[in-house]
Design a protein around this ligand. Structure first.
Ligand SMILES: Nc1ncnc2c1ncn2[C@@H]1O[C@H](COP(=O)(O)OP(=O)(O)OP(=O)(O)O)[C@@H](O)[C@H]1O
Ligand SMILES: [Mg+2]
Length: 351
């Protein structure tokens, strides 16, 4: 299962909760967070090492955990060529010829098979959690998808639970067209009005504090049900209110604190990574309002040719600032970012 959704909708929170439940159900779990410039292979090797040692320590006869470590050793050996002096302590000889071809799309599935067979021998099941999956490159995603395909074909006890931006299904499909059949892609989005209100009302009530209805309505109007924003408005309203029920005025006071705080942190960290050309592009996009836009509309707002925007558009997609919900369309990955761009660059002058 690969959860997808915009920034701050609760993908990581959900992934952590699923991991907690998996562990309670007896799975061995492994959690990885992908990064923009961190290759998959060394990251996963380090985690598989701990997992294999754990399998090796578990009671039961058999040699497959040891064999898994040997395969991991040969996998790691081949990584040295690609990533320099990468090494992890394994204290075991490599199984030469397995998972060491240097081609990740061949080696990763073989490594997964060795790990999964070790788990199977111990009557264990492994749940692999990977957050920010969209950061892996084409080849890495393809290798991971092939590895999971092999798990499914061989009915081996390894499952993948991932999360990423809405670009993920597209990236996965480009890497391997059968990805869409192999995984489900539940969409994590804003909460409904009812759910938003419950998310604020119920934890407050549990502490003996109520929210006035108009206060809740105002928070929903401002946040549009985005979990991270609900959290921020809930937090500040709670802190500023002096008595129960938390009133509309408390929410208004909170807004005066939350907006600058969001601008300084949540929005600003993303804004600061942009070049001035990228800022202009996003500002033009923001001037068209929230929701998906055609590149041609943005080009018209900037009074340039659509074709001239290709490179900056690609850069912004790579940086995870925008994504393409449908062919030719472009949307912000961060909710309310359009309003932030207008606040931050009030003057939008077409040059
Ligand atoms: N079930 C929840 N209960 C309480 N708060 C939540 C819940 N889900 C999300 N939140 C709030 O939303 C914030 C963002 O959630 P989370 O970090 O999981 O989002 P995300 O989708 O992983 O975002 P990103 O793409 O930026 O990593 C959390 O820090 C928390 O404040
Ligand atoms: Mg996250």
């Amino acid at each position: 299962m690969l959860l997808t959704g915009l920034r701050g909708v609760g993908k990581t929170v959900l992934l952590n909760e699923i991991e907690r439940q998996a562990r309670a159900a007896g799975y061995l779990t492994m959690t990885i967070e992908a990064h923009e410039d961190k290759p998959l292979a060394p990251l996963i090797a380090t985690h598989l090492r701990s997992l294999l040692f754990e399998l090796d320590r578990m009671a039961g006869a058999g040699f497959k955990a040891k064999r898994g470590l040997q395969v991991l050793r040969s996998f790691v050996g081949s990584l040295k060529l690609a990533y320099g002096d990468f090494s992890i302590g394994l204290g075991i000889d490599p199984e030469v010829g397995t998972a060491d071809s240097g081609d990740l799309e061949i080696d990763l599935p073989n490594l997964f098979v060795a790990v999964a067979e070790a788990a199977e021998e111990r009557n264990a099941a492994v749940a692999l959690f990977i957050d920010e999956l969209q950061y892996f490159n084409h080849k890495e995603l393809a290798a991971l998808i092939m590895a999971m395909h092999r798990m499914q074909q061989r009915q081996l006890p390894v499952v993948l639970l991932g999360a990423g931006l809405p670009t993920l299904p597209g990236l996965a499909g480009e890497s391997k067209s059968y990805a869409e059949r192999l995984f489900s892609f539940p969409l994590v989005g804003a909460l409904s009005e009812d759910d938003s209100m419950r998310a604020l009302r119920e934890p407050a009530l549990a502490a003996g504090v109520a929210f006035a209805d108009d206060a809740l309505a105002e928070i929903f109007r401002l946040t549009r049900g985005y979990p991270y924003f609900l959290q921020e408005w809930g937090y500040q309203s709670w802190n500023l209110a002096t008595k129960s029920p938390i009133a509309l005025q408390d929410v208004r006071n909170a807004t005066a604190v939350v907006i600058p705080r969001l601008d300084e942190s949540f929005f600003r960290v993303r804004y600061d990574r942009l070049t001035s050309g990228e800022k202009t592009f996003l500002r033009a996009m923001a001037s068209l309002g929230a929701g998906a836009r055609r590149t041609s509309e943005i080009a018209a707002a900037m009074r340039v040719k659509p074709s001239s925007l290709g490179p900056v558009r690609d850069k912004l997609i790579k940086k995870g600032m925008v994504y393409s919900p449908a062919h030719g369309d472009l949307a912000f990955t961060v909710p309310l970012f359009d309003e932030f761009m207008i606040r931050t660059m009030p003057e939008f002058i077409v040059t």
